[in-house]
Design a protein around this ligand. Structure first.
Ligand code: HDD
Length: 733
């Protein structure tokens, strides 16, 4: 009988033993080719071409004759080009992805039979795509928006996709509302303005008309809406899934990713500027970190609720506009994901990857979350219009385990399936369904009884308590940022009705918040607000996730001009490099810069106009009389320092550079506290001399171990100098 099972199917079946990350890469290698100097230019049908430069022409006496449409080479090139674009994703069009691996370290056998979550010896290959939601493919990375965090696990039991966001809740409760929220957020229909922005009438009109969105818009207005890096974001599955264990018991679950580097954000002014200065800021950041070996990692967590406890909460656990507060349902961290390989080609991998929430493996299931069920339909459908019915055969999408069935044909079918039958049951018993023991997916036998109706449960109708919980849980700095973000957004709404109503809506969260925004935006100030019982959940604040203190892959600009202090420069450069930070040397010009000793010189990576302070995490300015004189007279250099200070970045200065920094920020670099102790001022770290005397000291500095470098590194690892903002100094420069 087995002789009648197509040979190709058998081969795949035997090859599938314990996928590791390399197995997906090996699989991709079958479809990958290199452009080499040995290879020769051919048409798509394999005929070598003699030129890529000239269309076939009738050559007349003066050599300017007409072009011939008969030229098959030229026509192939143009026609291929004409069809290069596929429809961009209707949402999450702009994204960036990478390969990696997932490993579970704490088996959750008590909750599921899915080996990807129970087998601690397994390494599961993954591909992750991060994205913005509203902007089109060519928009900017740093806009205020939700970020997508979609993970495809290529497991031995089939592909499993967690299609999540960097925010744990959603704007709407029922999938039927999705077209409305997206239409309202995207550019307005009459003039297609604005691009990649929620700051416009329609978005906020929708928010007012859907009070269920209140919780989520508070998250997007918080610093979560402007992450510093994809590497520094949490990820959330958002929807309620289910896990089923070997005893057939079911739990409701939520999935979470927490970054090793901590959760960090840009500041708004910086994000706005970066959108123009470096629209690819996040894409490059991810690429550079992986290329340099600073592989980003996330801990994978789950929150689980036994089926019997479904109704024990004052919110509905199937409502995607609600979090499960940690004090009620703690997160259990059970696995780790690392991203360690950049793509070979953006289009075939990052663009063609197709996620479907409906893709789960045995042991993992859905719930009646009305957003999730609609999503399960939508993703499959959208992939068909983006990529065609055979989208799952594309190299990036195909599973690492065997795929065998009687689905056939359709545009762009790749697999050639041998055999005389294409239906089940068949007389050869070819390709029979699997039994439970063989690992078949078995639906949970959920009891269902009810009436058909378009309705939501009563608990779904409560929309403000978690918006209040979120607001109450923010640190004073986070609250300030939310006020500023709301003021910015509503300032961009020209329609008085829109911003007046929204200010009123804010009073449903906190009266003081509403009144403060009203002053900034010019709307009518509410007199009364909804009562706020003051409940807090600390884990909602991103400051609760500072991460591992490290400067790895942080960008540090070293500002120098002719006459710079070579000894201080060398020591700092070596220390930053050895700590795996990215030192970027910046001068008034990009040509060679000569040191004070006249003997040494440095070729800067950029000049002051090319790179901007927004693109780095910290500044370091070595002394040198002539260098500092030049920088002091350079308006752009002064702006660099002022802007970095305003954006709460750490600034290091040695020798003569101390005075330069003080001049730029109009503040002393050292403050004397009330107990008489001299301290570096608000994240400005200085030293009169950085002069390693011995080889040992050079090595110590290279390790970042000396006083000045240690302090400087420590401050960078803190991400921002928040004291500066608390002291009201960030807006002053
Ligand atoms: Fe969605 C893409 C995340 C609700 C319909 N969504 C998409 C992507 C992410 C999310 C990360 C990009 C995947 C990629 O990188 O290719 N979406 C979410 C989350 C939601 C959510 C966390 C709420 C819990 N989405 C949602 C609903 C619907 C959709 C309710 C429709 C009913 N989403 C889509 C889509 C997209 C998509 C239209 C566009 C491109 C794609 O699927 O592949 O089908």
């Amino acid at each position: 009988m087995s002789g009648l099972v197509p040979e190709t199917m058998q081969k795949v079946a035997h090859a599938a033993v314990g996928p590791r990350q390399g197995d997906k890469l090996k699989d991709l290698a079958h479809s990958t080719k290199d452009m080499t100097a040995e290879g020769r230019l051919t048409t798509d049908y394999g005929v070598k071409q003699s030129t890529a430069d000239d269309w076939l022409k009738v050559v007349t006496k003066d050599q300017t004759g007409p072009m011939l449409l008969e030229d098959p080479f030229a026509r192939e090139r143009i026609m291929r080009f004409d069809h290069e674009r596929i429809p961009e994703r209707v949402v999450h069009a702009r994204g960036s992805g990478a390969f990696g691996k997932f490993k579970v370290f704490d088996s959750i056998q008590d909750l599921t039979i899915a080996p990807v979550l129970t087998d601690t010896s397994r390494e599961t290959p993954v591909f992750v795509r991060f994205s913005t939601v509203l902007g089109s493919r060519g928009s900017a990375d740093t806009v205020r928006d939700v970020r997508g965090f979609a993970v495809k696990f290529y497991t031995q039991e089939g592909n499993w996709d967690i299609v999540g966001n960097d925010i744990p809740v959603f704007f709407i409760q029922d999938a039927i509302k999705f077209p409305d929220i997206i239409h309202a957020g995207k550019p307005e229909p009459h003039n297609e303005v604005p691009q990649a922005q929620s700051a416009h009438n329609n978005f906020w009109d929708f928010q007012f008309n859907h009070s269920e969105a209140t919780h989520m818009f508070m998250w997007t207005m918080s610093d979560r809406g402007i992450p510093r890096s994809y590497r520094m974001m949490q990820g959330f599955g958002v929807n309620t899934y289910t896990l089923v264990n070997a005893k057939g018991e079911r739990h409701f679950v939520k999935f979470t990713w927490t970054p090793e580097l901590g959760v960090h954000s840009l500041v708004w002014d910086e994000a706005l500027k970066l959108a123009g200065q470096d629209p690819d800021f996040h894409r490059k950041d991810l690429w550079e970190a992986i290329a340099s070996g600073a592989f980003p990692k996330w801990k994978f967590g789950i929150q689980a609720i036994p089926e019997a406890d479904e109704h024990k909460f004052d919110f509905d656990i199937l409502d995607a506009t609600k979090v499960w507060p940690e004090d009620l349902v703690p997160t259990r961290y059970i696995g780790e994901m690392e991203l360690n390989r950049n793509v070979d080609e953006f289009f075939t991998q990052t663009e063609q990857i197709a996620f479907c929430t409906s893709h789960v493996v045995p042991g993992i299931g859905f719930s009646d979350d009305p957003l999730l069920v609609g999503r399960n339909f939508s993703y499959f459908d959208t992939q068909i219009s983006r990529l065609g019915i055979n989208f799952q055969e594309l190299p990036i999408n195909r599973p690492v385990c065997p795929v065998m069935n009687f689905n056939r044909d359709g545009a762009m079918r790749h697999a050639i399936t041998r055999g005389t039958v294409n239906y089940w049951p068949n007389r050869f018993e070819a390709c029979p369904p699997a039994t439970h023991e063989e690992g078949a997916y078995v639906e949970y036998a959920q009891k269902v009884a009810g009436i058909k109706a378009r309705m939501r449960s009563n608990k779904f109708k409560e929309h403000f308590s978690q918006a209040q919980l979120f607001w109450n849980s923010m640190s004073p700095i986070e609250k300030q940022h939310i006020i500023k973000a709301l003021s910015f957004e509503l300032d961009h709404c020209e329609d008085l009705l829109v911003y007046t109503r929204m200010i009123q809506r804010l009073a449903d969260i906190d009266l003081n918040l509403a009144q403060t925004v009203a002053v900034a935006v010019g709307g009518e100030s509410p007199k009364e607000g909804r009562s706020n019982p003051g409940r807090r959940a600390p884990a909602l604040s991103q400051h609760e996730f500072p991460g591992k203190p490290t400067i790895q892959a942080r960008r540090v600009a070293i500002l120098i001009a002719d006459g710079y202090d070579q000894v201080a420069y060398d020591a700092a450069y070596a220390a930053l490099s050895s700590a795996m930070a990215t030192p970027l040397v910046v001068g008034p010009k990009r040509s060679k810069i000569t040191a004070a000793n006249g003997a040494n010189s440095t070729q800067p990576h950029h000049h002051l106009e090319g790179l901007r302070s927004t693109m780095v995490d910290a500044l370091l300015i070595p002394g040198g009389t002539q260098s500092i004189e030049t920088l002091s007279k350079n308006g752009r250099a002064l702006h660099w320092v002022r802007e970095a200070f305003g954006h709460l970045k750490v600034i290091g200065a040695t020798g003569e550079a101390i005075g330069f920094v003080e001049k730029a920020i109009s503040l002393p670099s050292v403050v004397v506290s009330s107990d008489g102790e001299a301290k570096d001022s608000y994240g400005v770290v200085t030293v009169k001399e950085l002069r390693p005397e011995s080889l040992k000291e050079v090595v110590e500095i290279a390790k970042g171990a000396t006083g000045f470098m240690e302090k400087f590194f420590y401050e960078i690892a803190q991400h921002r100098c928040w004291e500066r903002e608390l002291a009201g100094l960030s807006d002053a420069v």
